[in-house]
Design a protein around this ligand. Structure first.
Ligand code: FAD
Length: 396
Protein backbone atom coordinates (compact mmCIF):
# COMPACT_ATOMS: atom_id res chain seq x y z
CA UNK A 1 0.00 0.00 0.00
CA UNK A 2 1.33 3.49 -0.85
CA UNK A 3 1.90 5.57 2.32
CA UNK A 4 -0.21 8.70 2.72
CA UNK A 5 0.39 11.95 4.50
CA UNK A 6 -2.34 12.68 7.01
CA UNK A 7 -3.18 16.03 8.57
CA UNK A 8 -3.85 15.77 12.32
CA UNK A 9 -4.38 18.02 15.35
CA UNK A 10 -2.40 17.65 18.56
CA UNK A 11 -5.04 17.09 21.30
CA UNK A 12 -2.59 18.00 24.06
CA UNK A 13 -1.99 21.51 22.71
CA UNK A 14 -5.33 22.33 21.03
CA UNK A 15 -7.40 24.78 23.11
CA UNK A 16 -10.68 23.84 21.35
CA UNK A 17 -11.34 27.33 19.98
CA UNK A 18 -12.73 25.72 16.76
CA UNK A 19 -11.29 28.53 14.61
CA UNK A 20 -9.83 25.92 12.25
CA UNK A 21 -13.20 24.23 11.94
CA UNK A 22 -14.84 27.54 11.04
CA UNK A 23 -12.10 28.26 8.50
CA UNK A 24 -12.23 24.94 6.67
CA UNK A 25 -14.40 25.44 3.57
CA UNK A 26 -14.45 21.67 2.95
CA UNK A 27 -15.82 20.89 6.44
CA UNK A 28 -12.94 18.47 6.87
CA UNK A 29 -12.49 19.58 10.49
CA UNK A 30 -14.99 18.52 13.09
CA UNK A 31 -15.14 17.93 16.86
CA UNK A 32 -16.81 15.99 19.63
CA UNK A 33 -16.71 16.67 23.38
CA UNK A 34 -13.11 15.51 23.52
CA UNK A 35 -11.16 16.47 20.41
CA UNK A 36 -11.00 18.52 17.22
CA UNK A 37 -10.11 16.21 14.35
CA UNK A 38 -9.42 16.19 10.60
CA UNK A 39 -11.22 13.93 8.15
CA UNK A 40 -8.55 12.43 5.88
CA UNK A 41 -11.17 11.75 3.20
CA UNK A 42 -12.02 15.47 2.92
CA UNK A 43 -8.79 17.35 3.70
CA UNK A 44 -7.13 18.64 0.51
CA UNK A 45 -4.10 20.20 2.27
CA UNK A 46 -5.16 23.73 1.29
CA UNK A 47 -3.47 24.94 4.54
CA UNK A 48 -6.14 27.60 5.21
CA UNK A 49 -6.48 26.33 8.79
CA UNK A 50 -2.76 26.54 9.61
CA UNK A 51 -2.29 30.31 10.11
CA UNK A 52 -5.53 30.80 12.05
CA UNK A 53 -4.62 28.31 14.80
CA UNK A 54 -3.44 30.26 17.88
CA UNK A 55 -1.42 27.36 19.30
CA UNK A 56 0.16 25.57 16.34
CA UNK A 57 -1.58 22.34 17.36
CA UNK A 58 -3.11 22.21 13.87
CA UNK A 59 0.30 21.84 12.24
CA UNK A 60 0.71 18.08 12.70
CA UNK A 61 1.36 15.51 10.00
CA UNK A 62 1.98 11.77 9.93
CA UNK A 63 2.88 9.47 7.10
CA UNK A 64 0.54 6.49 7.45
CA UNK A 65 -0.24 3.30 5.57
CA UNK A 66 -3.95 3.69 6.35
CA UNK A 67 -5.38 7.00 7.60
CA UNK A 68 -6.48 7.32 11.22
CA UNK A 69 -10.29 7.38 11.35
CA UNK A 70 -12.31 10.12 13.03
CA UNK A 71 -13.10 7.68 15.86
CA UNK A 72 -9.39 6.97 16.33
CA UNK A 73 -8.74 10.70 16.63
CA UNK A 74 -11.69 11.34 18.98
CA UNK A 75 -10.23 8.76 21.37
CA UNK A 76 -6.72 10.26 21.56
CA UNK A 77 -5.28 12.00 24.58
CA UNK A 78 -2.03 12.48 22.74
CA UNK A 79 -0.86 12.15 19.15
CA UNK A 80 0.62 8.82 18.11
CA UNK A 81 4.32 8.88 17.23
CA UNK A 82 5.25 8.62 13.58
CA UNK A 83 5.23 4.85 12.90
CA UNK A 84 7.97 3.26 10.84
CA UNK A 85 6.67 2.82 7.31
CA UNK A 86 8.15 -0.15 5.46
CA UNK A 87 9.52 1.34 2.27
CA UNK A 88 10.23 -1.46 -0.07
CA UNK A 89 13.75 -2.34 0.94
CA UNK A 90 15.42 0.94 0.09
CA UNK A 91 17.57 0.48 3.19
CA UNK A 92 19.82 -1.66 1.06
CA UNK A 93 20.39 1.13 -1.45
CA UNK A 94 22.17 3.37 1.07
CA UNK A 95 19.74 6.24 0.51
CA UNK A 96 18.95 6.42 4.23
CA UNK A 97 22.61 7.02 4.95
CA UNK A 98 22.52 9.99 2.57
CA UNK A 99 19.40 11.31 4.30
CA UNK A 100 21.26 11.06 7.60
CA UNK A 101 24.03 13.12 6.02
CA UNK A 102 21.53 15.98 5.86
CA UNK A 103 20.95 15.76 9.63
CA UNK A 104 24.71 16.02 10.12
CA UNK A 105 24.88 19.07 7.82
CA UNK A 106 22.18 20.79 9.82
CA UNK A 107 23.84 19.96 13.14
CA UNK A 108 27.07 21.45 11.80
CA UNK A 109 25.23 24.59 10.64
CA UNK A 110 23.85 25.09 14.17
CA UNK A 111 27.04 24.20 16.06
CA UNK A 112 28.20 27.81 16.50
CA UNK A 113 25.43 28.48 19.05
CA UNK A 114 27.75 26.90 21.63
CA UNK A 115 25.49 24.03 22.67
CA UNK A 116 22.39 22.08 21.78
CA UNK A 117 19.93 24.34 20.00
CA UNK A 118 16.34 24.50 21.25
CA UNK A 119 13.25 25.87 19.51
CA UNK A 120 11.46 28.93 20.93
CA UNK A 121 8.95 27.86 23.57
CA UNK A 122 6.04 29.27 21.58
CA UNK A 123 7.12 28.02 18.12
CA UNK A 124 4.69 25.89 16.13
CA UNK A 125 5.63 22.26 15.94
CA UNK A 126 7.56 21.66 12.72
CA UNK A 127 7.04 18.75 10.36
CA UNK A 128 10.34 17.16 9.42
CA UNK A 129 11.52 14.42 7.05
CA UNK A 130 8.25 14.01 5.18
CA UNK A 131 10.14 13.42 1.96
CA UNK A 132 13.35 11.43 1.73
CA UNK A 133 15.77 10.46 -1.02
CA UNK A 134 13.93 7.20 -1.53
CA UNK A 135 10.59 9.05 -1.66
CA UNK A 136 11.22 12.67 -2.66
CA UNK A 137 8.49 15.15 -3.53
CA UNK A 138 8.33 16.49 -7.05
CA UNK A 139 7.83 20.25 -7.28
CA UNK A 140 7.46 22.42 -10.33
CA UNK A 141 9.33 25.71 -10.78
CA UNK A 142 6.67 28.42 -10.82
CA UNK A 143 9.10 31.31 -11.16
CA UNK A 144 12.78 32.23 -11.06
CA UNK A 145 14.02 35.81 -10.73
CA UNK A 146 17.46 37.30 -10.36
CA UNK A 147 17.75 39.28 -7.10
CA UNK A 148 21.16 40.84 -7.59
CA UNK A 149 22.09 43.42 -10.22
CA UNK A 150 22.65 42.11 -13.75
CA UNK A 151 26.32 42.20 -14.55
CA UNK A 152 27.41 41.58 -10.96
CA UNK A 153 29.31 38.29 -10.53
CA UNK A 154 27.10 37.56 -7.53
CA UNK A 155 24.07 35.76 -9.01
CA UNK A 156 21.42 35.22 -6.32
CA UNK A 157 18.00 34.01 -7.41
CA UNK A 158 14.53 33.87 -5.99
CA UNK A 159 12.99 30.52 -6.97
CA UNK A 160 9.34 29.67 -6.41
CA UNK A 161 8.45 25.97 -6.19
CA UNK A 162 4.90 24.72 -6.50
CA UNK A 163 3.91 21.42 -4.87
CA UNK A 164 0.43 21.20 -6.44
CA UNK A 165 -1.53 18.59 -4.43
CA UNK A 166 1.42 17.28 -2.40
CA UNK A 167 1.43 18.31 1.26
CA UNK A 168 4.49 20.40 2.14
CA UNK A 169 3.84 21.86 5.58
CA UNK A 170 6.71 24.19 6.44
CA UNK A 171 7.53 26.83 9.02
CA UNK A 172 9.69 29.90 8.56
CA UNK A 173 13.34 29.02 9.30
CA UNK A 174 13.11 25.46 8.00
CA UNK A 175 15.03 24.21 4.98
CA UNK A 176 14.34 21.78 2.19
CA UNK A 177 16.76 19.56 0.32
CA UNK A 178 17.10 19.86 -3.45
CA UNK A 179 18.39 16.73 -5.14
CA UNK A 180 20.71 17.50 -8.05
CA UNK A 181 19.96 15.15 -10.95
CA UNK A 182 22.41 12.45 -11.95
CA UNK A 183 24.77 10.37 -9.87
CA UNK A 184 28.17 10.84 -8.31
CA UNK A 185 31.29 9.18 -9.72
CA UNK A 186 30.65 6.10 -7.55
CA UNK A 187 27.14 5.67 -8.97
CA UNK A 188 25.30 6.85 -5.81
CA UNK A 189 22.76 9.68 -6.05
CA UNK A 190 24.07 13.13 -5.21
CA UNK A 191 23.52 14.28 -1.65
CA UNK A 192 20.70 16.84 -1.57
CA UNK A 193 21.80 20.40 -0.74
CA UNK A 194 19.95 22.32 1.92
CA UNK A 195 18.22 25.63 1.13
CA UNK A 196 16.39 27.83 3.62
CA UNK A 197 12.77 28.52 2.83
CA UNK A 198 12.38 32.25 2.23
CA UNK A 199 8.58 32.42 2.20
CA UNK A 200 6.20 32.28 5.18
CA UNK A 201 4.32 29.16 6.29
CA UNK A 202 1.23 29.96 4.21
CA UNK A 203 3.29 30.18 1.05
CA UNK A 204 4.91 32.69 -1.20
CA UNK A 205 1.40 33.34 -2.37
CA UNK A 206 -1.08 32.65 0.44
CA UNK A 207 -3.46 29.81 -0.30
CA UNK A 208 -1.20 28.32 -2.94
CA UNK A 209 0.85 25.29 -2.06
CA UNK A 210 4.16 26.95 -2.90
CA UNK A 211 7.34 28.16 -1.25
CA UNK A 212 10.37 30.17 -2.26
CA UNK A 213 14.12 29.74 -1.97
CA UNK A 214 16.98 32.23 -2.22
CA UNK A 215 19.89 30.55 -3.98
CA UNK A 216 23.37 31.88 -4.72
CA UNK A 217 25.16 30.45 -7.73
CA UNK A 218 28.48 29.06 -6.45
CA UNK A 219 31.31 28.86 -8.98
CA UNK A 220 31.54 25.19 -10.05
CA UNK A 221 28.83 24.34 -7.51
CA UNK A 222 26.74 21.38 -8.63
CA UNK A 223 23.37 22.06 -7.08
CA UNK A 224 23.36 25.86 -6.95
CA UNK A 225 24.08 26.03 -10.71
CA UNK A 226 21.41 23.41 -11.36
CA UNK A 227 18.84 25.46 -9.40
CA UNK A 228 19.87 28.84 -10.83
CA UNK A 229 19.58 27.43 -14.38
CA UNK A 230 16.05 26.04 -13.85
CA UNK A 231 13.21 27.48 -15.94
CA UNK A 232 9.52 27.82 -15.09
CA UNK A 233 7.79 24.47 -15.58
CA UNK A 234 10.90 22.39 -14.78
CA UNK A 235 10.46 19.69 -12.14
CA UNK A 236 12.77 19.28 -9.14
CA UNK A 237 13.12 16.54 -6.55
CA UNK A 238 12.76 17.79 -2.99
CA UNK A 239 13.45 16.23 0.41
CA UNK A 240 12.52 17.53 3.84
CA UNK A 241 11.33 19.74 5.35
CA UNK A 242 14.28 19.92 7.77
CA UNK A 243 15.02 21.83 10.94
CA UNK A 244 13.23 21.82 14.27
CA UNK A 245 14.94 24.62 16.19
CA UNK A 246 15.67 27.65 13.98
CA UNK A 247 12.01 28.67 14.15
CA UNK A 248 10.22 31.86 15.03
CA UNK A 249 8.21 32.30 18.22
CA UNK A 250 4.45 32.66 17.86
CA UNK A 251 4.47 35.09 20.80
CA UNK A 252 3.53 38.43 19.14
CA UNK A 253 5.45 40.31 21.84
CA UNK A 254 8.70 38.50 21.14
CA UNK A 255 11.27 40.81 19.59
CA UNK A 256 13.57 39.36 16.99
CA UNK A 257 17.13 40.50 16.32
CA UNK A 258 18.03 39.02 12.93
CA UNK A 259 21.63 39.20 11.72
CA UNK A 260 22.54 37.89 8.29
CA UNK A 261 24.83 37.97 5.31
CA UNK A 262 23.88 37.15 1.70
CA UNK A 263 21.44 34.25 1.35
CA UNK A 264 21.26 34.12 5.16
CA UNK A 265 18.50 36.66 4.61
CA UNK A 266 16.23 33.87 3.31
CA UNK A 267 14.68 32.75 6.61
CA UNK A 268 14.33 36.37 7.75
CA UNK A 269 12.29 37.21 4.68
CA UNK A 270 9.96 34.41 5.80
CA UNK A 271 9.91 35.69 9.41
CA UNK A 272 9.17 39.25 8.31
CA UNK A 273 6.45 38.26 5.85
CA UNK A 274 4.80 36.04 8.45
CA UNK A 275 4.75 38.85 11.04
CA UNK A 276 3.39 41.31 8.48
CA UNK A 277 0.64 38.96 7.37
CA UNK A 278 -0.26 37.92 10.92
CA UNK A 279 0.00 41.19 12.70
CA UNK A 280 0.80 44.22 10.54
CA UNK A 281 0.50 46.65 13.44
CA UNK A 282 3.02 44.76 15.58
CA UNK A 283 5.52 47.64 15.55
CA UNK A 284 8.96 47.88 17.09
CA UNK A 285 9.61 44.19 17.51
CA UNK A 286 11.86 43.32 14.57
CA UNK A 287 15.47 44.37 13.93
CA UNK A 288 17.52 43.31 10.94
CA UNK A 289 21.26 43.72 10.50
CA UNK A 290 22.13 42.67 6.97
CA UNK A 291 25.57 42.47 5.39
CA UNK A 292 26.57 42.23 1.75
CA UNK A 293 29.42 43.45 -0.41
CA UNK A 294 27.35 46.21 -2.02
CA UNK A 295 23.72 47.34 -2.03
CA UNK A 296 23.19 45.90 -5.51
CA UNK A 297 24.31 42.48 -4.24
CA UNK A 298 21.97 42.45 -1.29
CA UNK A 299 19.07 40.06 -1.97
CA UNK A 300 15.66 41.73 -1.52
CA UNK A 301 17.23 45.18 -1.01
CA UNK A 302 14.40 46.96 -2.87
CA UNK A 303 11.46 45.27 -1.07
CA UNK A 304 13.30 45.47 2.26
CA UNK A 305 13.87 49.19 1.91
CA UNK A 306 10.09 49.58 1.65
CA UNK A 307 9.36 47.81 4.96
CA UNK A 308 8.48 50.71 7.31
CA UNK A 309 11.12 51.49 9.91
CA UNK A 310 8.42 51.38 12.61
CA UNK A 311 7.75 47.76 11.72
CA UNK A 312 11.38 46.71 11.38
CA UNK A 313 14.58 48.52 12.33
CA UNK A 314 16.95 47.91 9.40
CA UNK A 315 20.69 48.35 9.27
CA UNK A 316 22.81 47.51 6.24
CA UNK A 317 26.54 46.85 6.26
CA UNK A 318 28.47 46.97 2.99
CA UNK A 319 32.00 45.61 2.87
CA UNK A 320 32.86 46.79 -0.67
CA UNK A 321 30.81 49.90 -1.25
CA UNK A 322 32.65 52.35 -3.56
CA UNK A 323 31.82 55.44 -1.53
CA UNK A 324 32.13 54.25 2.10
CA UNK A 325 34.60 52.48 4.36
CA UNK A 326 34.27 48.70 4.76
CA UNK A 327 31.58 47.75 7.22
CA UNK A 328 30.47 44.36 8.52
CA UNK A 329 27.41 43.27 10.51
CA UNK A 330 29.40 43.21 13.76
CA UNK A 331 30.44 46.86 13.18
CA UNK A 332 26.78 47.80 12.89
CA UNK A 333 25.97 46.06 16.20
CA UNK A 334 28.81 48.00 17.83
CA UNK A 335 27.48 51.29 16.43
CA UNK A 336 24.30 50.85 18.51
CA UNK A 337 25.67 49.42 21.77
CA UNK A 338 22.86 50.66 24.02
CA UNK A 339 20.15 49.33 21.75
CA UNK A 340 21.93 45.97 21.39
CA UNK A 341 22.61 45.67 25.15
CA UNK A 342 18.97 46.48 25.94
CA UNK A 343 17.92 43.66 23.65
CA UNK A 344 20.38 41.22 25.22
CA UNK A 345 18.83 41.62 28.68
CA UNK A 346 15.22 41.57 27.53
CA UNK A 347 13.66 38.13 28.12
CA UNK A 348 11.45 38.71 25.09
CA UNK A 349 14.45 38.92 22.73
CA UNK A 350 15.27 36.11 20.30
CA UNK A 351 18.54 36.37 18.38
CA UNK A 352 18.96 34.73 14.97
CA UNK A 353 22.22 34.66 13.03
CA UNK A 354 22.26 33.22 9.53
CA UNK A 355 24.64 33.21 6.61
CA UNK A 356 28.33 32.73 6.03
CA UNK A 357 30.25 30.69 8.59
CA UNK A 358 32.93 33.35 8.77
CA UNK A 359 30.48 35.88 10.25
CA UNK A 360 30.19 33.86 13.48
CA UNK A 361 33.37 35.00 15.19
CA UNK A 362 32.91 38.71 14.50
CA UNK A 363 29.31 38.71 15.74
CA UNK A 364 30.23 36.73 18.84
CA UNK A 365 33.04 39.17 19.66
CA UNK A 366 30.76 42.17 19.12
CA UNK A 367 28.16 40.74 21.52
CA UNK A 368 30.87 39.98 24.07
CA UNK A 369 32.23 43.57 23.86
CA UNK A 370 28.80 45.19 24.05
CA UNK A 371 27.83 42.98 26.99
CA UNK A 372 31.09 43.73 28.83
CA UNK A 373 30.60 47.48 28.44
CA UNK A 374 27.10 47.09 29.88
CA UNK A 375 28.43 45.03 32.82
CA UNK A 376 27.01 41.77 31.46
CA UNK A 377 28.52 38.32 31.02
CA UNK A 378 27.95 37.46 27.35
CA UNK A 379 28.71 33.72 27.63
CA UNK A 380 26.24 33.28 30.48
CA UNK A 381 23.63 35.38 28.65
CA UNK A 382 24.09 33.43 25.44
CA UNK A 383 23.83 30.06 27.17
CA UNK A 384 20.67 31.11 29.01
CA UNK A 385 19.14 32.40 25.79
CA UNK A 386 20.01 29.21 23.94
CA UNK A 387 18.57 27.05 26.72
CA UNK A 388 15.39 29.16 26.56
CA UNK A 389 15.19 28.63 22.77
CA UNK A 390 16.05 32.30 22.19
CA UNK A 391 19.49 32.10 20.56
CA UNK A 392 19.72 30.55 17.11
CA UNK A 393 22.53 30.28 14.67
CA UNK A 394 22.62 28.73 11.20
CA UNK A 395 25.80 29.21 9.19
CA UNK A 396 27.16 27.37 6.18
P1 FAD B 1 29.07 21.92 -4.37
O1 FAD B 1 29.12 21.24 -5.69
O2 FAD B 1 28.61 21.14 -3.21
O3 FAD B 1 30.47 22.56 -4.08
C1 FAD B 1 30.73 23.10 -2.77
C2 FAD B 1 31.74 24.22 -2.91
O4 FAD B 1 32.90 23.79 -3.59
C3 FAD B 1 31.15 25.38 -3.72
O5 FAD B 1 31.48 26.56 -3.02
C4 FAD B 1 31.86 25.35 -5.03
O6 FAD B 1 32.10 26.66 -5.46
C5 FAD B 1 33.16 24.63 -4.71
N1 FAD B 1 33.56 23.80 -5.88
C6 FAD B 1 32.93 22.71 -6.34
N2 FAD B 1 33.58 22.19 -7.38
C7 FAD B 1 34.66 23.00 -7.61
C8 FAD B 1 35.72 23.00 -8.55
N3 FAD B 1 35.86 22.08 -9.49
N4 FAD B 1 36.64 23.99 -8.47
C9 FAD B 1 36.55 24.93 -7.52
N5 FAD B 1 35.58 24.98 -6.60
C10 FAD B 1 34.66 24.02 -6.65
N6 FAD B 1 22.70 28.20 0.00
C11 FAD B 1 21.96 29.15 -0.63
O7 FAD B 1 22.33 29.62 -1.71
N7 FAD B 1 20.78 29.59 -0.07
C12 FAD B 1 20.30 29.12 1.10
O8 FAD B 1 19.23 29.54 1.56
C13 FAD B 1 21.06 28.11 1.76
N8 FAD B 1 20.64 27.61 2.93
C14 FAD B 1 21.39 26.66 3.56
C15 FAD B 1 20.93 26.18 4.79
C16 FAD B 1 21.69 25.24 5.46
C17 FAD B 1 21.20 24.74 6.81
C18 FAD B 1 22.91 24.77 4.91
C19 FAD B 1 23.75 23.75 5.63
C20 FAD B 1 23.36 25.23 3.69
C21 FAD B 1 22.61 26.18 2.99
N9 FAD B 1 23.02 26.68 1.76
C22 FAD B 1 22.28 27.66 1.15
C23 FAD B 1 24.23 26.18 1.09
C24 FAD B 1 23.82 25.07 0.08
O9 FAD B 1 23.29 23.97 0.78
C25 FAD B 1 24.98 24.54 -0.76
O10 FAD B 1 26.02 24.16 0.06
C26 FAD B 1 25.47 25.57 -1.78
O11 FAD B 1 24.44 25.93 -2.69
C27 FAD B 1 26.61 24.94 -2.62
O12 FAD B 1 26.16 23.76 -3.18
P2 FAD B 1 26.63 23.31 -4.64
O13 FAD B 1 26.11 21.96 -4.92
O14 FAD B 1 26.33 24.37 -5.64
O15 FAD B 1 28.19 23.26 -4.48
Amino acid sequence: MTPLKQHLIDPEICIRCYTCEMTCALEAITHDDANVVVDAQKCNFCMDCIPVCPTGSIDEWRVVEAPYSLDDQFSWEELPEQADIPDGGEAETGLEALDEGIAALLAEAHAGAGGKAKPPATASKPTVNLYTLSKPATAKVAGTYRLTAEGSDNDVRHIILDFAGLPMPVLEGQSIGIVPPGVAADGTPHLPRLYSISSPRDGERPGFNNLSLTVKREPEGLCSNYICDLSPGDEVQVTGPFGATFLMPNDPDAQLLMICTGTGSAPFRGFTMHRRRENPRNTGKLSLVFGARRAEELPYFGPLAKVPEAFMHKVFAFSRADDAPKSYVQDKLREEPDRTAAMLVDAKTHIYICGLKKMEQGVEEAFADIARRAGLDWRALRDTMREDGRYHLETY
